[in-house]
Design a protein around this ligand. Sequence first.
Ligand code: 13P
Ligand code: SF4
Length: 367
Amino acid sequence: MLNLHDQHESPLAPIPENELSDEQVLVELHKIKEELKDKVVVLGHHYQQDDVIQFADHTGDSLQLARDASKLDKPYIMFCGVHFMAETADILTKDDQQVILPDLRAGCSMADMANRDDIDQAWEYMLSSTSEKIIPITYINCAATLKSFVGDNGGSICTSSNAKEIISWAFKEGEKLLFFPDQHLGRNTCFDMGISLDEMVVYNPNMYRGGLTPEQINKAKVILWYGYCSVHQGFTASQVEDLKKNRPDVKVIVHPECNFETVQAAHDSGSTSYISNKIDASPAGSKWAVGTEINLVNRLAQKYPDKEIFSLSPYQCLCTTMYRVRPRWLLASFKAIKENKPINIIKVDKKTAQSSKVALERMLSIK
Ligand code: 13P
Ligand code: SF4
Protein backbone atom coordinates (compact mmCIF):
# COMPACT_ATOMS: atom_id res chain seq x y z
CA MET A 1 0.00 0.00 0.00
CA LEU A 2 1.54 3.32 -1.03
CA ASN A 3 1.74 6.09 1.51
CA LEU A 4 0.32 9.24 -0.05
CA HIS A 5 1.63 12.50 1.23
CA ASP A 6 2.38 15.94 0.02
CA GLN A 7 5.75 16.60 -1.66
CA HIS A 8 6.84 18.76 1.24
CA GLU A 9 6.01 16.27 3.94
CA SER A 10 8.18 13.39 5.05
CA PRO A 11 7.53 9.88 3.76
CA LEU A 12 6.10 8.74 7.09
CA ALA A 13 6.69 11.18 9.91
CA PRO A 14 7.19 14.95 10.22
CA ILE A 15 10.83 15.67 9.50
CA PRO A 16 13.07 18.43 10.72
CA GLU A 17 14.90 18.09 7.37
CA ASN A 18 12.21 20.43 6.07
CA GLU A 19 14.02 23.23 7.85
CA LEU A 20 17.24 22.61 5.93
CA SER A 21 18.05 24.23 2.59
CA ASP A 22 18.68 21.90 -0.37
CA GLU A 23 22.43 22.54 -0.03
CA GLN A 24 22.39 21.75 3.70
CA VAL A 25 20.54 18.51 3.00
CA LEU A 26 23.36 17.40 0.67
CA VAL A 27 26.02 18.34 3.25
CA GLU A 28 24.15 16.38 5.97
CA LEU A 29 23.75 13.44 3.63
CA HIS A 30 27.49 13.21 2.93
CA LYS A 31 28.15 13.23 6.69
CA ILE A 32 25.55 10.67 7.70
CA LYS A 33 26.38 8.35 4.84
CA GLU A 34 30.01 8.28 5.98
CA GLU A 35 28.90 7.77 9.59
CA LEU A 36 26.68 4.81 8.68
CA LYS A 37 28.92 3.34 6.01
CA ASP A 38 29.23 -0.02 7.76
CA LYS A 39 25.46 -0.35 8.08
CA VAL A 40 23.97 1.10 4.92
CA VAL A 41 24.61 0.46 1.23
CA VAL A 42 22.92 2.66 -1.37
CA LEU A 43 21.69 1.34 -4.73
CA GLY A 44 20.65 3.77 -7.48
CA HIS A 45 18.91 3.21 -10.79
CA HIS A 46 20.13 5.11 -13.88
CA TYR A 47 16.95 7.24 -13.91
CA GLN A 48 17.58 8.80 -10.50
CA GLN A 49 18.34 12.51 -10.35
CA ASP A 50 22.01 13.56 -10.01
CA ASP A 51 21.60 14.82 -6.44
CA VAL A 52 20.55 11.30 -5.43
CA ILE A 53 22.75 9.16 -7.68
CA GLN A 54 25.88 10.83 -6.28
CA PHE A 55 25.22 8.89 -3.04
CA ALA A 56 24.84 5.49 -4.72
CA ASP A 57 27.47 2.81 -4.02
CA HIS A 58 26.07 0.73 -6.87
CA THR A 59 24.37 2.09 -9.98
CA GLY A 60 22.89 0.13 -12.84
CA ASP A 61 19.93 -1.09 -14.81
CA SER A 62 17.27 -3.35 -13.27
CA LEU A 63 19.22 -6.54 -13.95
CA GLN A 64 22.48 -5.23 -12.52
CA LEU A 65 20.77 -3.89 -9.40
CA ALA A 66 18.99 -7.22 -8.82
CA ARG A 67 22.33 -9.04 -9.13
CA ASP A 68 24.04 -6.55 -6.82
CA ALA A 69 21.25 -6.82 -4.24
CA SER A 70 21.65 -10.60 -4.05
CA LYS A 71 25.33 -10.21 -3.05
CA LEU A 72 25.14 -7.46 -0.42
CA ASP A 73 25.92 -8.07 3.23
CA LYS A 74 25.18 -4.77 5.03
CA PRO A 75 22.07 -4.74 7.24
CA TYR A 76 20.35 -1.87 5.38
CA ILE A 77 19.90 -1.50 1.63
CA MET A 78 18.76 1.99 0.70
CA PHE A 79 17.08 1.56 -2.68
CA CYS A 80 16.97 4.70 -4.79
CA GLY A 81 14.65 3.51 -7.50
CA VAL A 82 11.01 2.46 -7.62
CA HIS A 83 8.85 0.14 -5.56
CA PHE A 84 9.15 -3.04 -7.67
CA MET A 85 12.95 -2.73 -7.60
CA ALA A 86 12.98 -2.46 -3.79
CA GLU A 87 10.66 -5.48 -3.55
CA THR A 88 13.01 -7.43 -5.81
CA ALA A 89 15.93 -6.49 -3.57
CA ASP A 90 14.00 -7.61 -0.50
CA ILE A 91 13.25 -10.99 -2.08
CA LEU A 92 16.91 -11.51 -3.02
CA THR A 93 18.47 -10.39 0.27
CA LYS A 94 18.69 -12.25 3.56
CA ASP A 95 15.86 -12.20 6.11
CA ASP A 96 17.82 -10.05 8.56
CA GLN A 97 18.58 -7.37 5.96
CA GLN A 98 16.17 -4.48 5.48
CA VAL A 99 15.42 -2.73 2.22
CA ILE A 100 14.36 0.90 2.39
CA LEU A 101 12.66 2.95 -0.32
CA PRO A 102 13.22 6.62 0.61
CA ASP A 103 9.79 7.63 -0.69
CA LEU A 104 7.02 5.04 -0.64
CA ARG A 105 5.18 6.83 -3.44
CA ALA A 106 7.93 5.93 -5.91
CA GLY A 107 5.95 3.39 -7.92
CA CYS A 108 5.89 2.48 -11.62
CA SER A 109 2.76 3.16 -13.67
CA MET A 110 3.52 0.24 -15.98
CA ALA A 111 3.81 -2.17 -13.04
CA ASP A 112 0.35 -0.99 -11.94
CA MET A 113 -1.13 -2.09 -15.28
CA ALA A 114 -1.21 -5.75 -14.25
CA ASN A 115 -2.60 -7.08 -10.99
CA ARG A 116 -2.83 -10.58 -9.59
CA ASP A 117 -6.61 -10.98 -9.95
CA ASP A 118 -6.56 -9.98 -13.62
CA ILE A 119 -3.61 -12.27 -14.32
CA ASP A 120 -5.29 -15.23 -12.57
CA GLN A 121 -8.47 -14.66 -14.58
CA ALA A 122 -6.58 -14.32 -17.87
CA TRP A 123 -4.50 -17.42 -17.13
CA GLU A 124 -7.56 -19.54 -16.48
CA TYR A 125 -9.14 -18.38 -19.74
CA MET A 126 -5.94 -19.01 -21.69
CA LEU A 127 -5.52 -22.52 -20.29
CA SER A 128 -9.11 -23.33 -21.24
CA SER A 129 -8.54 -22.00 -24.78
CA THR A 130 -5.59 -24.14 -25.81
CA SER A 131 -3.96 -27.49 -25.16
CA GLU A 132 -0.50 -26.04 -25.91
CA LYS A 133 1.83 -25.33 -23.00
CA ILE A 134 1.97 -21.61 -22.11
CA ILE A 135 5.03 -20.22 -20.32
CA PRO A 136 4.40 -16.99 -18.37
CA ILE A 137 7.16 -14.39 -18.48
CA THR A 138 6.95 -11.20 -16.53
CA TYR A 139 9.04 -8.10 -17.03
CA ILE A 140 10.70 -7.31 -13.69
CA ASN A 141 8.60 -4.09 -13.65
CA CYS A 142 5.71 -5.66 -11.74
CA ALA A 143 4.51 -6.30 -8.18
CA ALA A 144 5.92 -9.25 -6.22
CA THR A 145 2.53 -11.00 -6.40
CA LEU A 146 3.01 -11.32 -10.16
CA LYS A 147 6.57 -12.52 -9.79
CA SER A 148 5.22 -15.22 -7.49
CA PHE A 149 2.56 -16.17 -10.08
CA VAL A 150 5.33 -16.77 -12.59
CA GLY A 151 7.38 -18.73 -10.07
CA ASP A 152 4.40 -20.98 -9.31
CA ASN A 153 3.57 -21.57 -12.97
CA GLY A 154 6.91 -22.62 -14.45
CA GLY A 155 7.85 -19.22 -15.85
CA SER A 156 10.59 -16.65 -15.41
CA ILE A 157 11.16 -12.95 -14.90
CA CYS A 158 13.11 -10.89 -17.44
CA THR A 159 14.55 -7.41 -17.70
CA SER A 160 15.20 -5.33 -20.80
CA SER A 161 18.82 -6.60 -20.67
CA ASN A 162 18.03 -10.30 -20.88
CA ALA A 163 14.54 -10.52 -22.47
CA LYS A 164 15.88 -12.32 -25.57
CA GLU A 165 17.64 -15.05 -23.59
CA ILE A 166 14.65 -15.55 -21.28
CA ILE A 167 12.20 -15.78 -24.19
CA SER A 168 14.47 -18.30 -25.98
CA TRP A 169 14.48 -20.35 -22.78
CA ALA A 170 10.66 -20.13 -22.57
CA PHE A 171 10.22 -21.50 -26.09
CA LYS A 172 12.29 -24.54 -25.12
CA GLU A 173 9.92 -25.12 -22.20
CA GLY A 174 6.60 -24.60 -24.00
CA GLU A 175 4.87 -23.65 -27.22
CA LYS A 176 3.33 -20.33 -26.24
CA LEU A 177 4.30 -17.28 -24.28
CA LEU A 178 2.25 -15.02 -22.02
CA PHE A 179 4.31 -11.84 -21.64
CA PHE A 180 3.31 -9.08 -19.18
CA PRO A 181 2.99 -6.25 -18.28
CA ASP A 182 4.89 -4.42 -21.07
CA GLN A 183 3.50 -5.21 -24.51
CA HIS A 184 6.28 -3.19 -26.17
CA LEU A 185 9.26 -4.99 -24.67
CA GLY A 186 7.52 -8.28 -25.49
CA ARG A 187 6.66 -7.33 -29.06
CA ASN A 188 10.02 -5.69 -29.84
CA THR A 189 12.00 -8.61 -28.46
CA CYS A 190 9.90 -11.36 -30.06
CA PHE A 191 9.99 -9.58 -33.44
CA ASP A 192 13.76 -9.29 -33.14
CA MET A 193 13.87 -13.04 -32.58
CA GLY A 194 12.01 -13.75 -35.83
CA ILE A 195 8.43 -14.02 -34.55
CA SER A 196 6.09 -12.17 -36.90
CA LEU A 197 3.55 -9.61 -35.71
CA ASP A 198 0.62 -11.77 -36.84
CA GLU A 199 1.78 -14.50 -34.44
CA MET A 200 1.25 -12.06 -31.53
CA VAL A 201 -2.03 -10.94 -29.95
CA VAL A 202 -2.73 -8.43 -27.20
CA TYR A 203 -4.79 -9.36 -24.13
CA ASN A 204 -6.47 -6.23 -22.76
CA PRO A 205 -7.60 -6.81 -19.14
CA ASN A 206 -10.08 -3.94 -19.50
CA MET A 207 -12.07 -5.89 -22.08
CA TYR A 208 -14.28 -8.96 -21.77
CA ARG A 209 -11.97 -12.00 -21.99
CA GLY A 210 -9.13 -9.65 -22.86
CA GLY A 211 -10.79 -8.88 -26.19
CA LEU A 212 -9.63 -12.26 -27.56
CA THR A 213 -11.53 -15.33 -28.70
CA PRO A 214 -10.32 -18.82 -27.68
CA GLU A 215 -9.39 -19.35 -31.35
CA GLN A 216 -7.15 -16.26 -31.36
CA ILE A 217 -5.43 -17.48 -28.20
CA ASN A 218 -5.01 -20.96 -29.59
CA LYS A 219 -3.53 -19.65 -32.84
CA ALA A 220 -1.13 -17.12 -31.26
CA LYS A 221 2.46 -17.87 -30.38
CA VAL A 222 2.81 -14.86 -28.10
CA ILE A 223 0.11 -13.28 -25.93
CA LEU A 224 1.12 -9.77 -24.91
CA TRP A 225 -0.45 -7.93 -21.99
CA TYR A 226 -1.91 -4.48 -22.65
CA GLY A 227 0.60 -2.55 -20.53
CA TYR A 228 3.07 0.19 -21.39
CA CYS A 229 5.39 2.79 -19.94
CA SER A 230 3.86 6.23 -20.34
CA VAL A 231 7.29 7.88 -20.18
CA HIS A 232 8.59 5.92 -23.18
CA GLN A 233 5.42 6.53 -25.20
CA GLY A 234 6.72 10.11 -25.49
CA PHE A 235 9.16 8.93 -28.16
CA THR A 236 7.73 8.46 -31.64
CA ALA A 237 8.70 7.13 -35.04
CA SER A 238 8.04 10.54 -36.59
CA GLN A 239 10.64 12.12 -34.25
CA VAL A 240 13.12 9.54 -35.53
CA GLU A 241 12.16 10.12 -39.17
CA ASP A 242 12.49 13.91 -38.76
CA LEU A 243 15.95 13.52 -37.30
CA LYS A 244 17.05 11.12 -39.99
CA LYS A 245 15.96 13.68 -42.59
CA ASN A 246 17.35 16.80 -40.91
CA ARG A 247 20.33 15.42 -38.99
CA PRO A 248 21.62 12.36 -40.88
CA ASP A 249 24.83 12.55 -38.83
CA VAL A 250 22.93 11.63 -35.61
CA LYS A 251 22.42 8.03 -34.44
CA VAL A 252 19.14 7.27 -32.68
CA ILE A 253 19.17 4.83 -29.78
CA VAL A 254 16.02 4.01 -27.77
CA HIS A 255 14.83 1.85 -24.91
CA PRO A 256 12.75 -1.23 -25.92
CA GLU A 257 9.83 0.09 -23.85
CA CYS A 258 9.27 2.46 -26.80
CA ASN A 259 6.59 1.36 -29.24
CA PHE A 260 7.31 -0.97 -32.16
CA GLU A 261 7.36 1.72 -34.88
CA THR A 262 9.83 3.85 -32.90
CA VAL A 263 12.16 0.94 -32.21
CA GLN A 264 12.00 -0.12 -35.86
CA ALA A 265 12.79 3.42 -37.05
CA ALA A 266 15.71 3.88 -34.58
CA HIS A 267 19.26 2.75 -35.40
CA ASP A 268 19.59 0.78 -32.17
CA SER A 269 17.74 -0.14 -28.98
CA GLY A 270 18.53 -1.62 -25.58
CA SER A 271 18.35 -1.34 -21.81
CA THR A 272 19.62 1.68 -19.88
CA SER A 273 23.01 -0.03 -19.44
CA TYR A 274 23.14 -0.98 -23.11
CA ILE A 275 22.49 2.64 -24.09
CA SER A 276 25.15 3.92 -21.65
CA ASN A 277 27.75 1.38 -22.81
CA LYS A 278 27.07 2.02 -26.48
CA ILE A 279 27.54 5.78 -26.04
CA ASP A 280 30.60 5.22 -23.86
CA ALA A 281 32.24 3.09 -26.57
CA SER A 282 31.49 5.55 -29.40
CA PRO A 283 34.31 7.80 -30.62
CA ALA A 284 34.64 11.49 -29.73
CA GLY A 285 32.45 13.61 -31.98
CA SER A 286 29.66 10.99 -32.11
CA LYS A 287 26.13 12.35 -32.11
CA TRP A 288 23.28 10.60 -30.34
CA ALA A 289 19.55 11.20 -29.97
CA VAL A 290 18.45 9.09 -27.05
CA GLY A 291 14.95 7.76 -26.42
CA THR A 292 14.86 7.16 -22.69
CA GLU A 293 14.30 8.93 -19.38
CA ILE A 294 15.68 12.48 -19.24
CA ASN A 295 17.85 12.14 -16.12
CA LEU A 296 19.93 9.46 -17.80
CA VAL A 297 20.12 11.39 -21.09
CA ASN A 298 21.28 14.56 -19.31
CA ARG A 299 23.82 12.61 -17.27
CA LEU A 300 25.29 11.03 -20.40
CA ALA A 301 25.45 14.46 -22.05
CA GLN A 302 27.40 15.83 -19.06
CA LYS A 303 29.68 12.81 -18.86
CA TYR A 304 30.72 12.97 -22.52
CA PRO A 305 31.21 16.65 -23.41
CA ASP A 306 33.16 15.53 -26.51
CA LYS A 307 29.98 13.92 -27.93
CA GLU A 308 26.64 15.47 -28.84
CA ILE A 309 23.95 13.75 -26.78
CA PHE A 310 20.35 14.90 -26.55
CA SER A 311 16.84 13.59 -25.98
CA LEU A 312 14.99 12.25 -29.01
CA SER A 313 11.87 14.05 -27.77
CA PRO A 314 11.59 17.84 -27.53
CA TYR A 315 9.45 17.29 -24.40
CA GLN A 316 10.97 16.29 -21.07
CA CYS A 317 10.39 12.54 -20.74
CA LEU A 318 10.74 12.40 -16.98
CA CYS A 319 9.77 9.40 -14.86
CA THR A 320 7.95 11.35 -12.18
CA THR A 321 7.80 8.41 -9.81
CA MET A 322 11.57 7.83 -9.96
CA TYR A 323 11.87 11.57 -9.35
CA ARG A 324 9.98 11.25 -6.09
CA VAL A 325 13.13 9.97 -4.41
CA ARG A 326 14.62 13.25 -3.20
CA PRO A 327 17.80 13.90 -1.20
CA ARG A 328 15.56 15.16 1.63
CA TRP A 329 13.76 11.82 1.93
CA LEU A 330 17.05 9.98 1.64
CA LEU A 331 18.34 12.00 4.59
CA ALA A 332 15.16 11.27 6.59
CA SER A 333 15.64 7.55 5.94
CA PHE A 334 19.32 7.68 6.99
CA LYS A 335 18.46 9.58 10.18
CA ALA A 336 15.77 7.04 11.06
CA ILE A 337 18.34 4.23 10.80
CA LYS A 338 20.73 6.19 12.99
CA GLU A 339 17.99 6.46 15.61
CA ASN A 340 17.29 2.73 15.29
CA LYS A 341 13.76 3.47 14.07
CA PRO A 342 14.03 2.70 10.35
CA ILE A 343 11.19 3.95 8.14
CA ASN A 344 9.88 3.02 4.69
CA ILE A 345 10.91 -0.63 4.93
CA ILE A 346 9.82 -2.76 1.99
CA LYS A 347 8.91 -6.27 3.11
CA VAL A 348 7.35 -8.87 0.85
CA ASP A 349 5.34 -11.52 2.72
CA LYS A 350 7.08 -14.88 3.09
CA LYS A 351 4.89 -16.95 0.78
CA THR A 352 4.98 -14.38 -2.06
CA ALA A 353 8.71 -13.94 -1.57
CA GLN A 354 9.40 -17.69 -1.77
CA SER A 355 7.57 -18.13 -5.09
CA SER A 356 9.00 -14.89 -6.50
CA LYS A 357 12.47 -16.03 -5.58
CA VAL A 358 12.03 -19.17 -7.67
CA ALA A 359 11.24 -16.99 -10.70
CA LEU A 360 14.04 -14.51 -9.98
CA GLU A 361 16.64 -17.22 -9.47
CA ARG A 362 15.49 -18.90 -12.65
CA MET A 363 16.13 -15.62 -14.47
CA LEU A 364 19.54 -15.10 -12.86
CA SER A 365 20.56 -18.65 -13.77
CA ILE A 366 19.59 -18.15 -17.45
CA LYS A 367 21.31 -14.78 -17.76
P1 13P B 1 16.34 -0.95 -17.33
O1 13P B 1 16.28 -2.36 -16.86
O2 13P B 1 16.76 -0.84 -18.76
O3 13P B 1 17.18 -0.12 -16.43
O4 13P B 1 14.86 -0.35 -17.34
C1 13P B 1 14.12 -0.13 -16.19
C2 13P B 1 12.99 0.73 -16.46
O5 13P B 1 12.10 0.89 -15.67
C3 13P B 1 12.94 1.40 -17.74
O6 13P B 1 11.83 2.21 -17.80
FE1 SF4 C 1 8.07 2.49 -14.78
FE2 SF4 C 1 8.32 3.79 -17.07
FE3 SF4 C 1 9.25 4.88 -14.83
FE4 SF4 C 1 10.48 2.77 -15.92
S1 SF4 C 1 10.31 4.82 -16.80
S2 SF4 C 1 10.01 3.04 -13.76
S3 SF4 C 1 8.71 1.63 -16.72
S4 SF4 C 1 7.10 4.42 -15.30
